[in-house]
Design a protein around this ligand. Structure first.
Ligand code: NAD
Length: 495
């Protein structure tokens, strides 16, 4: 069994006193023990980041960018290794793991353009002999706290931009699948990143609290469940940090009566059951408008029953859930949905998986006639459970979405451009797909939801990411002949 230590100041720290088991969800076998940081170990990671900051901040943009490009090349060449690590600890199928690395790599590529992104404005002769320019400067050590469901991609939404902008980083990955970031740390070293710029601190609440309250941490990027996101936002901001905290989701896909039902059914299956529904952009509520519901449910059911569930390395469509406890929790929601009177069209309980008998498997599950009071609708299940809600009108569908506490992603399927345009304007959700079920923005746009899906006012990556990891400064300068302008105690006015 391997040990998974912290990576601090360019090397592995001794394994800590407290550890947690890391399990391969496809086999149920414990494969590693990850360190759970103490306050002292957390402080050591922050100290390494703080010590590395002045030199990294002053490293030329040209040099910083060269290291980013080198990291991009190494990642691109060796991504199958990282995908294998993700699959072994998360469970998602290998193709899907490669997909998340691709989306993370796109942020690295965006960050390679940092010299352009950091350019400020310049005004010559704003007042006589007075010039004004603006610049954006790095913050210092920043913390990134990430969830289990994208162990490679979610941290990569943040650290390429933070590092390229001249900050140093402490990443606290999920303790359920921690190995991916140690691999990433070694890759940074190979790319030429100086020690201490990128640190990986493993752990639980102890590590998170130590980062949230440490005076040297200047900013916190968090992704995880809504209650913890809210806690992180409150605690981090109370300690004077800027915080962006992305939370949970319940994403609706609306299908209007004029939609192509085969396209919509394909999309619902892909977005509902991809990564076993453990995606913050998964579709978990399908809102069928008008009289199409029977035909749509039939199409989704026939596709769902062909999905192959199994070990992610065996070429299946869907892997296991991340832990036995999570599998049981999701199965409990299926029991509750059935007891509440929803029609179970495809039942994933008791699935036969192409895998070892001890994996944490649950098959894709489709419910019809779900009503908004049922827990399978109200709660974020984070598993392969798709709930169909039948409504009569577009307005009912919109009201359902806008009254939901979450606002991460949503999609509408229609051939009516006017209806799609109206939906795009009226829906209270941060990321909208039109005939696209999982509308994850490209790296040069920003990712983030509304309402209880995000606390703070800054989304991830794109220009919002650049602004989050930098602070603005405006310089007003005067060079004149003769150099002494005389005494004037009045507030400066333009002349
Ligand atoms: P989680 O909230 O349990 O854990 C997220 C991080 O917080 C982990 O690093 C964990 O160690 C830490 N943590 C857990 N409990 C804590 C506590 N009490 N105090 C301090 N830190 C704590 O989330 P998860 O189960 O790892 O991930 C799934 C959740 O993440 C889902 O709700 C999903 O919707 C959400 N998510 C959201 C997005 C988004 O962009 N909005 C993206 C991915 C995942």
């Amino acid at each position: 069994m391997k040990t998974i230590p912290h990576w601090i100041n360019g090397t592995y720290a001794p394994i800590g006193e407290r550890t947690a088991d890391v399990t391969n969800p496809a086999t149920g076998v414990v494969t590693g023990a990850v360190s759970l940081a103490s306050v002292d170990e957390s402080n050591a990671a922050v100290a390494a980041a703080a010590a590395a900051f002045p030199a990294w901040r002053d490293t030329s943009l040209a040099r910083r960018t060269q290291i980013l490009f080198a990291f991009r090349e190494l990642l691109n060449a060796r991504r199958p290794e990282l995908a294998a690590i993700v699959t072994a600890e998360h469970g998602k199928v290998l193709d899907d793991a490669l997909g998340e690395i691709t989306r993370g790599q796109e942020v690295v590529e965006f960050a390679c353009g940092m010299p352009h992104l950091l350019k400020g404005a310049y005004t010559e002769n704003a007042s006589t002999n007075v010039d004004v320019h603006s610049k954006r400067q790095s913050l210092g050590p920043v913390a990134i706290i990430s969830p289990f469901n994208f162990p490679a991609m979610v941290p990569m939404w943040f650290f390429p931009i933070a590092i390229a902008a001249g900050n140093t980083v402490v990443v606290k990955p999920s303790e359920k699948d921690p190995s991916a970031l140690n691999w990433v740390a070694e890759l940074w070293k190979e790319a030429g990143l100086p020690d201490g710029v990128f640190n990986v601190l493993h752990g639980d609440k102890v590590a998170v609290d130590a980062l949230l309250t440490h005076p040297d941490i200047k900013a916190v990027s968090f992704v995880g469940s809504t209650p913890i996101a809210q806690y992180v936002y409150r605690t981090g901001t109370a300690h004077g940090k800027r915080v962006q905290a992305l939370g949970g989701a319940k994403n609706h896909m609306v299908v209007l009566p004029d939609a192509d039902l085969d396209l919509a059914a394909d999309a619902a299956v892909n977005a509902g059951f991809g990564s076993a529904g453990e995606r913050c952009m998964a579709i978990s509520a399908l809102v069928a408008v008008g009289d199409i519901a029977d035909g749509l449910v039939e199409r989704i059911a026939s596709r769902t029953s062909t999905l192959r569930v199994g070990d992610g390395v065996r070429g299946c469509d869907m892997g296991p859930l991340v832990t036995a406890a999570h599998r049981d929790k999701v199965a409990g929601y299926i029991d509750a949905g059935e007891a509440a009177g929803a029609t179970i069209v495809v039942d994933g309980r008791g699935v036969t998986a192409d895998a070892d008998a001890n994996g944490f498997f649950l098959g894709p599950t489709l419910f019809d006639h779900v009503t908004p009071d049922m827990s399978i609708y109200t709660d974020e299940i984070f598993g392969p459970v798709l709930a169909v809600i039948r409504v009569d009108t577009y307005d009912e569908a919109l009201t359902l979405i806008n009254s939901n506490e979450f606002g991460n992603g949503t999609a509408i399927f229609t051939n009516d451009g006017g209806a799609a345009r109206r939906f795009e304007n009226e829906v209270e959700v941060g990321m909208v797909g039109i005939n696209v079920p999982v509308p994850v923005p490209m790296a040069y746009y920003s990712f983030g939801g509304w309402k209880n899906s995000l606390f703070g006012d800054s989304h991830a990556h794109g220009m919002e990411g650049v602004n989050f990891y930098t602070r603005g400064k405006v310089v007003t300068s005067r060079w004149q002949e003769p150099s002494h302008g005389g005494i004037n105690l009045g507030f400066p006015q333009n002349s």
